[in-house]
Design a protein around this ligand. Structure first.
Ligand SMILES: C=C(O[C@@H]1C=C(C(=O)O)C=C[C@H]1O)C(=O)O
Length: 99
């Protein structure tokens, strides 16, 4: 590899990493906003004696996310695992609201 091609590759890598950093920030802020709403849902459920989890709502979301993932060129299995991970954390919060 010449010095020129190495410098060009380094520049391309830097550009990708800047984009990755911006997208990571979007992911974190988006998750923060999502958790604000789910915390409000958790308080509402606790006030009205509703169960922490809602499997039928989850099934609808998983089907929707699978479709979105396919359209976004994202592995649908990964998208489902990610949503499951997030929802499990939300349910844990809801259980804490009820105790
Ligand atoms: C947020 C809710 O509570 C739980 C968490 C969900 C989520 O994080 O999307 C979905 C369904 C519920 O199991 C809800 O009922 O809407």
């Amino acid at each position: 590899m010449t010095q020129d091609t190495a410098a060009r590759a380094a520049e391309i890598l830097r550009g990708h990493r800047e984009s990755i950093d911006r997208l990571d920030a979007i992911l974190i802020y988006t998750l923060g906003e999502r958790f604000k709403h789910t915390q409000a849902v958790g308080r509402l459920k606790a006030e009205h004696d509703l169960p922490p989890s809602d499997p039928s709502r989850e099934a609808t979301q998983i089907a929707r996310l699978e479709d979105l993932a396919n359209r976004a060129d994202l592995d649908p299995e990964f998208a489902k695992k990610l949503l499951r991970f997030v929802i499990d954390e939300v349910i844990r919060h809801h259980e804490q609201h009820q105790s």
